[in-house]
Design a protein around this ligand. Structure first.
Ligand code: CTP
Length: 393
C-alpha cells in the first residue's frame, strides 16, 4: 500500500482563512492529489476564483446555473468524481446550513447530493465558535458522520485569542491523508528512534553524523495515520517531528538508551531508525576545550546497543533495525540482523539515503530479501509498515 492520489472537491466559504486555502491547494497538488474548487459567493470576497483556478489547474465553480457542465447539473456532476468533499474554511453560516440540510447555493447543494465522505475545517471568531448554536450544529454534523478537522486555537484575524482558527494547510493535509489510510495498527503501540545522536566533547562541541531524521519521522507519521499509538525518541534532526502521541528528545546515545528502555515495556513494535553513535568521548569536559597543542587525542568508549538490548528483553516487541551502509550493503545488513537477533532489518545505502527525501531499501527477514523500488520516504514508510503488519498480526 502506498499513498493514494485523491481527487478532492474543495469547497471554500466566506472567511479570512480563505487565504490559507491557496496554500492548501498548492500542498495537495504537490502531494499528487487533484483538486476541484467550488466557492460560495461570499468566499469570492476574500480570494478570487482566478487565484484558485491557477493553483488547482481546474476551472472554479461558484454558480448553480453555470453552463460549463454539459448536462446542466453541476450540483450533481462535480462531486461524482470526488473521493471526498473538504470545506476549508467552513464558516459558521455554512456549518449551520449543513446541519439543517439547506441547498440554496452550488456548494451546499453539492454537499447534500454527495455520495462521498464530507470533511469540514471550521474557521471563525472564537465567540462564533463557542456560541451554543454553532456547537449544536457541529455536534449534529458529527452525528451525521461528517468529519470535523480542527479548529485550532491561537491569535485570530480579529485580534482576539481563542478557539476557531482554521487548521494550518499541513495539518489539513495530514487529516485528509489519515482519513484515507486503513487503520492497520489500531490498538498497537509503536516506538521509533530517529535522527542522529551527538556525543558531547565539551559544552559546545560534539561528535555526530549526517542523519536527518526524515525516514524515522516518515514512519512515525504513517504509523499514526494507520491508527498506532506512536512514541518517537529523537536525537538531532533536520526536520520537524510530526505530532505523534509522544515525542521525546534524547540528544546522546546514553540518553536515547535510557529513554527507550523507560518506554519500551508496553510496546508492540520497536523500529530503530536513529543513527546512534557507536562511541562517546571517555571524558566530556565541563568547560570549553582550549586550543593548545598541535594535536589532540580523544579517547572514545563504546556505547550500549539499544536495538540489540531491546531485542534481548524477556518479552521483546517486534524489532526492526535499519542498516545504512556504504559498501556490501545487503551482506552487512544481514550480519547485523543476525548479530542483534532481530527478525527484520532494512538495508539502505548511506550516501543516497541520509538527508534525502527519497530512499531505496531492501527489507531482510527470515524469508529472505525484499527490495522496494526507489520512492519517497513517506511511500517507503507505507510499504514497510504494511509489511511489518503482516508479521505482527
Ligand atoms: N543501533 C542502536 N544502538 C546503537 C547502535 C545502533 O540501536 N548503539 C541501531 C540503529 O538504530 C540501527 C541498527 O542498530 O537500527 C544498525 O545501526 P548501525 O549504526 O548501522 O550499526 P552498528 O551496529 O552500529 O554497526 P556499524 O556502525 O559497525 O556499521
Amino acid at each position: 500500500m502506498t499513498h493514494r492520489p485523491l481527487h478532492l472537491l474543495l469547497g471554500v466559504t466566506g472567511g479570512i482563512a480563505a487565504y490559507k486555502t491557496a496554500e492548501l491547494i498548492r500542498l495537495l497538488v504537490k502531494h499528487g492529489h487533484s483538486v476541484q474548487v467550488v466557492m460560495t459567493e461570499a468566499a469570492t470576497h476574500f480570494i478570487t476564483p482566478t487565484t484558485l483556478q491557477a493553483l488547482s489547474g481546474n476551472p472554479v465553480f461558484v454558480d448553480s446555473w453555470d453552463q460549463r457542465i454539459s448536462n446542466g447539473m453541476p450540483h450533481i456532476e462535480l462531486s461524482r468524481k470526488a473521493d471526498a468533499i473538504l470545506i476549508a474554511p467552513a464558516s459558521a453560516d455554512f456549518i449551520a446550513k449543513l446541519a439543517h440540510g439547506f441547498a440554496n447555493d452550488l456548494l451546499s447543494t453539492l454537499c447534500l447530493a454527495r455520495e462521498c465522505p464530507l470533511m469540514v475545517a471550521p474557521a471563525m471568531n472564537r465567540q462564533m465558535w463557542e456560541n451554543a448554536a454553532t456547537q449544536r450544529n457541529v455536534t449534529q454534523l458529527q452525528q451525521d458522520g461528517i468529519t470535523i478537522l480542527g479548529p485550532d486555537s491561537g491569535e485570530q484575524a480579529c485580534g482576539e485569542i481563542g478557539q476557531g482558527r482554521m487548521l494550518e494547510p499541513e495539518d489539513l493535509l495530514e487529516g485528509i491523508e489519515a482519513f484515507f489510510t486503513p487503520k492497520l495498527f489500531a490498538g498497537k503501540k509503536i516506538l521509533i528512534t530517529a535522527g542522529a545522536t551527538m556525543e558531547m566533547l565539551d559544552p559546545v562541541r560534539g561528535i555526530t553524523n549526517i542523519s536527518s531524521g526524515k525516514m524515522g519521522y516518515a514512519l512515525a507519521r504513517v504509523a499514526l495515520r494507520m491508527g498506532a499509538e506512536v512514541t518517537v525518541v529523537h536525537g538531532h534532526t533536520y526536520a520537524a517531528c510530526p505530532s505523534v502521541t509522544q515525542d521525546i528528545f534524547a540528544g546522546s546515545a546514553q540518553a536515547m538508551y535510557q529513554t527507550v528502555m523507560q518506554h519500551v515495556a508496553s510496546q508492540d513494535i520497536f523500529i530503530g531508525v536513529a543513527a546512534v553513535a557507536d562511541y562517546r568521548p571517555e571524558v566530556s569536559s565541563t568547560q570549553k576545550i582550549k586550543k593548545s597543542e598541535e594535536t589532540l587525542t580523544i579517547n572514545l568508549i563504546k556505547n550500549k546497543d539499544i536495538l540489540a538490548d531491546v531485542a534481548s528483553l524477556p518479552n521483546p516487541p517486534y524489532c526492526v533495525g535499519f542498516a545504512a551502509e556504504t559498501e556490501h550493503v545487503l551482506d552487512y545488513a544481514q550480519q547485523k540482523r543476525v548479530a542483534k537477533r532481530i527478525p527484520m532489518i532494512v538495508a539502505n545505502h548511506a550516501s543516497t539515503a541520509m538527508g534525502s527525501d527519497q530512499n531505496t531499501v531492501t527489507i531482510i527477514d527470515e524469508q529472505g530479501n525484499h527490495s522496494l523500488e526507489t520512492d519517497t520516504k513517506e511511500n517507503i514508510a507505507y510499504k514497510l509498515l504494511s509489511y511489518i503488519n503482516t508479521k505482527v498480526t
